[in-house]
Design a protein around this ligand. Structure first.
Ligand SMILES: NC(=O)c1ccc[n+]([C@@H]2O[C@H](COP(=O)([O-])OP(=O)(O)OC[C@H]3O[C@@H](n4cnc5c(N)ncnc54)[C@H](OP(=O)(O)O)[C@@H]3O)[C@@H](O)[C@H]2O)c1
Length: 306
């Protein structure tokens, strides 16, 4: 269903925006996605991307592939670009590669993956596979996964960056017991990106890692923004507070995501999504107003009080 300009204005959506209405009937908010800068280059990224752990890992049949095709198509149509994967996510890199190729959307995307092994040659071999599986000559970002053999792999990543095969390098973690080593690495190395776990009910990265990312002018990509669905369980059966409308938030998913991406040091979040309706919902968090500091405090109190 397409609405003309007059109909859009009638329902209060800004003119000139490209609007897609999902079959589910939830109106996709109009307007461009909010973008933030990667400090090392000034390039901007939409603040919500896709994570491909778990739901993309065991894809073998056309029936399993179909919802992912719809997800990626919807993502591109709504202006999404960042897709995060890893060679450790089973079929994820390969299935994303196949669908991106089929949909002919590679040029519109920012593809991120990881190197997750020990030893120089093992790292190089794994990275070679990462180039083959997503069927692309260029990967935008490769990060050392969970600090695995960080020094060795960062050296290889630097060489690849120098050779123009990748554009950005970084490190990831989602384990609090790795935070001290993570911080050390952030201080010792020049990184374009970090990726760390951060969610409304898991705010430890806010203490030192995110401020350090800001100090070091490193982009911060957020993993596990819903705590693997934990946040949805916490609010099950609860109504979204009315004050959520003050920052243009219509759903719980947007509540959780807007909290994250409104952190000044956060560049983008990569929620796991394998359904087109999740894309519509989650990209809605990249539109409209974001909560300010006082509102972020109110959101924390709300979640802590559950
Ligand atoms: N160390 C690392 O480098 C590291 C570690 C962990 C994760 N990651 C990255 O971070 C990404 C995100 O983590 P994750 O996927 O495990 O967890 P998550 O993003 O915290 O949660 C994803 C789950 O939330 C649910 N969901 C998503 N959108 C929703 C919506 N609009 N409404 C209701 N439910 C919704 C889905 O559950 P259902 O599918 O069950 O419906 C989805 O599987 C990963 O995919 C991966 O790319 C990196």
């Amino acid at each position: 269903m397409n609405l003309n300009r007059r109909e859009l204005l009638k329902i209060g959506l800004c003119a000139g925006a490209s609007v897609l209405l999902p079959s589910g009937g939830l109106l996709a908010q109009a307007g461009p996605l909010i973008r933030k800068k990667i400090p090392s280059t000034g390039e901007t990224l939409p603040i919500i991307g896709i994570g491909t752990a778990r739901r993309y890992e065991q894809i073998h049949t056309e029936a399993e592939k179909a919802p992912l095709r719809d997800t990626l198509r919807q993502f591109k149509e709504l202006g999404g670009t960042v897709i995060d994967s890893s060679p450790t996510y089973g079929t994820a890199e390969a299935v994303v590669g196949e669908l991106v190729d089929e949909l002919k959307i590679r040029d519109a995307l920012f593809l991120a993956t990881k190197v997750s092994t020990s030893g120089r040659q093992a790292g190089i071999d794994q990275i070679q596979q990462s180039f083959k599986r997503p069927r692309t000559a260029k990967i935008d970002l490769i990060a050392v996964h969970n600090l695995r053999d960080t020094k060795t792999q960062l050296q290889t990543l630097r060489e690849l960056k120098q050779a123009g095969r990748i554009r950005y390098i970084g490190i990831t973690t989602s384990f609090e017991n790795q935070y001290p080593e993570f911080e050390q690495t952030m201080k010792a190395e020049t990184l374009d990106f970090i990726q760390v776990d951060y969610a409304l009910d898991n705010r430890n990265a806010d203490e030192r890692i995110l401020p350090l990312a800001a100090d070091r002018e490193t982009a911060a990509m957020i993993n596990l923004p819903f705590g693997r669905g934990r946040l949805f369980n916490a609010v099950q059966g609860k109504k979204l507070p009315e004050w959520a409308a003050e920052f243009d938030c219509k759903t719980w998913a947007q509540f959780f995501l807007k909290y994250i991406v409104s952190h000044p040091a956060v560049t983008c979040a990569v929620p796991g999504m394998a359904k087109a309706e999740y894309v519509v919902d989650n990209l809605g968090a990249a539109r409209g107003r974001l909560p300010d500091t006082a509102m972020r405090g109110r959101m924390e109190k709300f979640i802590d009080g559950l």
